[in-house]
Design a protein around this ligand. Sequence first.
Ligand code: NDP
Length: 246
Amino acid sequence: QADLTGRVALVTGGSRGIGAAIARALSAAGADVALTYERSRDLGEKVAAGLEERGGRGLALPADSADASAIQAAVDRTVAEFGRLDIVINNAGIFPYGPVEETDLAEIDRTIAVHVRAPFLAVRAAVPHLGRGARIITIGSNLAERAAFGGIALYVMSKAANLGLTRALARELGPRGITVNLIQPGSTETDMNPAVGDSADLQRGLMALGEYGSVDDIAAAVVFLAGGSARQITGATLTIDGGTNA
Ligand code: NDP
């Protein structure tokens, strides 16, 4: 288990699902954790309060990832509140789905803003605060490397950008002792991807292991990459998808 005592993390989209599990796991490893949410104020506050109840420090911040100034403000608030920043987790995401010819411009722009622009902006805001040993981890998707069914062109296009960002930033920030990695979940049970219904059965059929992953499977990998044992890992992609892409 990594010891993140004294470290400060910012998790985007930490009010529910994978992001909430990441916030809890980083906190359990000793980090102070700020998390953002878009609409779920109550849930975000509840996650942060839960971290405090277990003896950590937590902070819930409203910040729409599609809003550039909100991302900057979230980074600034985190540093103001906790005094430093060491770990940036780009997790906030949405799942646009449908035929390419029916996709409207607003949805295209929003998806690119949340999945492509926001991680870049979060890193841009965070890097001046990051020292040696800092970590940047983005939550992409296994679909970025294998689009297994139709209707996901916008989602896949936007998640594919995370691969490029990770590699290029690893190269750029390596000399400063900052590692940059990508985790690509596959079917993971959350509000975004419930493990019931026709779509869930289709997804299980694509998996080698045949069972949905849990949010804790992803969070455990984040904690590992955030810890000292992963110091030599950068520019890497870890796909956690029960073998869907195998
Ligand atoms: P959920 O829908 O369960 O949770 C999404 C989280 O992101 C919520 O905390 C939500 O906040 C936040 N969020 C969404 N849009 C914004 C925004 N514009 N600004 C700030 N926060 C936002 O999704 P998951 O936990 O399943 O997904 C988390 C990440 O994992 C996403 O990037 C997703 O693409 C990726 N992923 C998920 C997979 C899965 O099977 N679940 C598979 C592959 C990748 P709020 O509560 O306020 O809405």
